[in-house]
Write a protein that binds this ligand. Structure first.
Ligand SMILES: [Zn+2]
Length: 149
């Protein structure tokens, strides 16, 4: 459903338990941005339906990329959470870390499946982008091409 956005910063929201998705009316004027944001929100529904092993696989990819010095993300939602992480969050798998992992998954999926090839929020360099695309493709293959929502 479309609704009046709660503000300029937030263009959408997912309510997983109620199985509802709200998109800012203003997104109708920007089809590329609408696809990016709608896909991000849709992948929140996918994330909660993945197995623990699949979610851990994504988490391990992020750990490996960080260890290799990756900086940047594929959306502001993940990037702002990444910026607030402390080393202890990663070690303890704190709530902040787990929220980052989830937002990174949703932003990466919106990038991989979306219409936009360039965007100011796509700051993660290669080869890290391709690794994320390959990991997402593996998850899709694992589900026979049909992702649960
Ligand atoms: Zn999100």
């Amino acid at each position: 459903m479309f609704g009046e956005g709660p503000g300029q910063e937030v263009h959408a929201a997912s309510f997983i338990r109620e199985r509802r998705l709200v998109l800012d009316e203003a997104l109708r004027r920007s089809p590329g941005e609408l696809s990016r944001i709608a896909l991000h929100e849709l992948f929140h529904f996918v994330w909660v339906r993945l197995s623990n092993a699949e979610r851990r696989c994504w988490e391990e990819l992020l750990r490996q990329q960080m260890a290799l010095g990756a900086t940047g993300e594929l959306g502001w939602s993940a990037e702002k959470r990444l910026a607030s992480l402390r080393p202890a969050d990663i070690e303890r798998r704190s709530r902040r870390w787990r929220e980052y992992v989830c937002e990174s998954f949703c932003d990466s999926a919106a990038w991989a499946f979306g219409l936009l090839r360039r965007h100011g929020e796509f700051t993660l360099p290669e080869p890290f982008r391709s690794q994320r695309r390959q990991t997402l493709a593996g998850i899709v293959r694992h589900h026979g091409g049909v992702l649960p929502i």
